[in-house]
Design a binder for this molecule. Structure first.
Ligand SMILES: Nc1nc2c(c(=O)[nH]1)N[C@H]1C(S)=C(S)[C@@H](COP(=O)(O)O)O[C@H]1N2
Ligand SMILES: [Mo]
Length: 402
């Protein structure tokens, strides 16, 4: 079944109340509780929700999260080093002992319940894949800064993406070992980090289902990132890596995978990570895939030397396939030039590019617009949705030359 058809079917199931795990009734109860102002503070969070250092030249902290500064990717290779890979934590990075950790695979779509230790997974065939983890809310801050719209959620710039070289075992291998049945339709991994509390309601562990067809296609259970054991903040000892899908699908610190013969629902595919707003269904439009985006490898407000030739660099990416070309404007969108692609592109996850520019004194607005091999490109305006997902518009970057 195509991903689009899957989403349509789930939407019908959800409307009809054919849901397991999290129903429309739950959602209404939750909305009522939040509406009634039943906000109770959640459990106290650890002093730092993120374990690794977050130096200001590499990261911009955003609550329990930290986004990569695009200037920190200049001169870096294809893969984002761990020291600058963005972190999106709903709560905190948990301390997990790999020696006692195990993964439970159970539910109505497998015969019995099976546990896999880390050594069990490592004994299975290894596979390495270049994959982007990108938050569905990446660039959300531009809904307000560029389109004057109010959206809720973390006000990310463009730094909630990282391309990594992930190594692990195919989820399909593990599901088959666990006795996957023909009836299985959905797979739902959940994290071992603390339950997520929103508006005083405990929503349980972070989890979001995806179809068995996707699970059997290209999903990994990764235990290495860029050739090293998975770092604590990125899911140690094992995380799910779902290529091309929004970051929330790639559950970190996975402890259980429910395999179900019925469609599954969680707050992460009913309340969050749906498109709400004018023109969308009242119960929200489901979505799973990322869109086309581009970023310059510099920070807004960067100052250049007037009259001196400089080299602008950046990266563009699309979930729908490799990038075909990138156009850059240094005059606020009046004229456009083709950027030069460079570097190898394993897996076609993103494309690095460069273009020379000799700025005149004054303020300038830089824009980059990518088109992928399928012809998808970036619009001038992203479609408004209340939770601020999938911002794909061309981002306007103010810089100066003096
Ligand atoms: N268990 C768990 N998995 C999770 C999350 C989380 O908070 N807990 N955040 C999700 C979201 S919203 C994103 S965008 C990615 C971020 O992955 P990273 O922190 O390794 O960059 O992890 C996903 N997996
Ligand atoms: Mo995310």
């Amino acid at each position: 079944m195509s991903e689009g058809a899957y989403d349509e079917r789930r939407l019908r199931d959800f409307r009809a109340g054919r849901t397991r795990g999290f129903s429309r009734r739950d959602l209404l109860a939750l909305t009522a509780a939040v509406g009634a102002g039943a906000a109770v503070p959640g459990p106290a969070l650890a002093a730092s929700p993120i374990v690794k250092p977050l130096p200001a030249e590499l990261f911009r902290p955003l609550g329990t999260n930290a986004e990569t500064r695009w200037s920190a990717l200049r001169g870096q290779g294809y893969y984002v080093p761990v020291d600058r890979f963005f972190v999106r934590n709903h709560t905190v990075t948990p301390a997990i002992d790999a020696a006692t950790w195990s993964l439970e695979v159970s539910g109505s779509g497998v015969r019995g319940s099976t546990r896999f230790g880390l050594d069990d997974l490592k004994a299975l065939p290894r596979e390495t894949r270049p994959v982007a983890i990108e938050c569905a809310g990446n660039a959300r801050g531009h809904f307000s800064s560029q389109q004057g719209q109010t959206v809720s959620g973390t006000a990310w710039g463009l730094g909630a993406i990282g391309v990594g070289k992930w190594t692990g075992v195919r989820l399909s291998t593990v599901l088959r070992r666990a006795g996957l049945t023909r009836d299985a339709v959905d797979v739902q991994p959940s994290g071992l980090d603390p339950d997520f509390v929103s508006g005083g309601v405990d929503l349980g562990p972070v989890r979001r289902p995806f179809p068995v067809s996707k699970a059997l296609d290209d999903v990994l259970l990764a235990y290495e990132l860029n050739g090293e054991p998975l770092p604590p903040d990125h899911g140690y000892p094992v995380r799910v890596v779902v290529p091309r899908w929004i970051g929330i699908s790639s559950i970190k610190w996975v402890g259980r995978i429910e395999v179900s013969a019925e469609p599954l629902f969680s707050p992460w595919n009913t309340q969050f990570y749906r498109l709400f707003g004018p023109g969308f269904p009242a119960e929200g439009q489901p979505f799973d895939r990322q869109v086309v985006k581009s970023a310059f490898e510099l920070d807004a407000g960067t100052s250049f030397t007037a009259g001196a030739r400089t080299r602008l660099t950046g990266r563009s990416w699309s979930a729908d396939g490799p990038i075909r070309h990138v156009e850059v404007s240094t005059d606020g969108g009046t004229t456009w030039r083709r950027a030069r692609p460079y570097g190898s592109t394993p897996g076609g996850v993103w494309q690095r590019w460069e273009i020379d520019w000799t700025p005149a004194a004054g303020s300038h607005t830089l824009l980059a617009r990518a088109t992928d091999v399928r012809g998808n490109t970036q619009p001038d305006v992203a479609r408004y949705n209340t939770l601020g997902y999938v911002f794909d518009a061309v981002v306007r970057v103010p810089v100066i030359a003096a």
